[in-house]
Design a protein around this ligand. Structure first.
Ligand code: IPE
Ligand code: IPE
Ligand code: MG
Length: 260
């Protein structure tokens, strides 16, 4: 695997890539359903696994852009609780890819002031992968830059059920639970709600991702498969977000009346 061939420097304010960015209208929390790796590979006559490798390489660049934009949080969907249904060879390949990613990238992410966290049922992963996850999280836990959440063995329904279990175990008075403190029991307890949810490769569904956190997210569906979702395509999604009119049920920021 040639990892060093595609080093991508962190773009900063003033970089041509950021020319059209409205800095006052950036999302705080962006989530990405990194879909279409398999189809991308098949179109090229490659094994699906080659698509996953290409996807991981693009993810590295997307993270650099998120750092340059100084996003608060970037959450990516790497493996769902439903993805265990795939052929064992593909599951094994993905798990190996996650381990390799951590082995190769942890140091650089830490130098970039990234704080990594894994969301989902991490305790069901192989012990060797769990160890890598814990040591990467540990190494970066004091970092103050982008919070990079990697949803691995993650399901939105499962996360909500685990939250309910934590609440029951804590013995809290049921009447004291509200929308604000329920957040504290989720895997994303330290992050703001998702502002922008991106899904690549054309399908328009959540596939059990961040069900609670996307309650008021703006959705952006890109036709590109994730391995072709370049920094330019990512920036386009950020610019599109900057033009959205978010009302949260009210009228305050509305550009017109209900008739317009
Ligand atoms: C997304 O790409 C990566 C994972 C689910 C791990 P896919 O593997 O779902 O690719 P497609 O959607 O089959 O093309
Ligand atoms: C969602 O993609 C999961 C990840 C990107 C990790 P899938 O490819 O698994 O979703 P479906 O099966 O098309 O809904
Ligand atoms: Mg898919």
């Amino acid at each position: 695997m040639v990892w060093d061939s595609d080093t991508f420097p962190i773009p900063r304010k003033g970089d041509p890539l950021f020319e059209k960015i409205k800095w006052s209208r950036l999302p705080k929390h962006v989530a990405i359903i990194m879909d279409g790796n398999g189809r991308w590979a098949k179109r090229r006559g490659l094994f699906r696994t080659a698509g996953h490798t290409a996807g991981v390489r693009m993810l590295k660049k997307i993270l650099k852009v998120a750092i340059g934009l100084e996003l608060e949080a970037l959450t990516v969907y790497a493996f769902s609780t439903e993805n265990w249904k795939r052929p064992q060879a593909e599951v094994d390949f993905l798990m190996k890819l996650f381990a390799e990613y951590l082995d190769r990238e942890t140091q650089e992410m830490s130098e970039d002031n990234v704080r990594i966290k894994f969301l989902g049922r991490i305790d069901e992963l192989a012990p060797s992968l769990q160890n890598r996850i814990r040591s990467a999280e540990d190494l970066m836990k004091e970092n103050s830059g982008v919070r990079f959440n990697v949803a691995t063995n993650y399901g939105g329904k499962d996360e909500i059920i685990r939250a309910v279990q934590k609440i029951i175990e804590s013995g809290i008075d049921p009447n004291s639970i509200n929308e604000h403190n329920f957040d504290q029991f989720l895997d994303t307890s330290e992050d703001p709600p998702v502002d922008l949810l991106i899904r690549t490769s054309g399908d328009k569904r959540l596939s059990n991702f961040l069900l609670w956190q996307t309650a008021y997210a703006e959705f952006y569906f890109a036709n590109e498969a994730f391995p072709e979702f370049t920094p330019e395509a990512f920036v386009e999604a950020i610019i599109d977000f900057g033009n959205r009119d978010r009302r949260f049920g009210g009228l305050k920021n509305s550009k017109g009346t209900s008739k317009s």
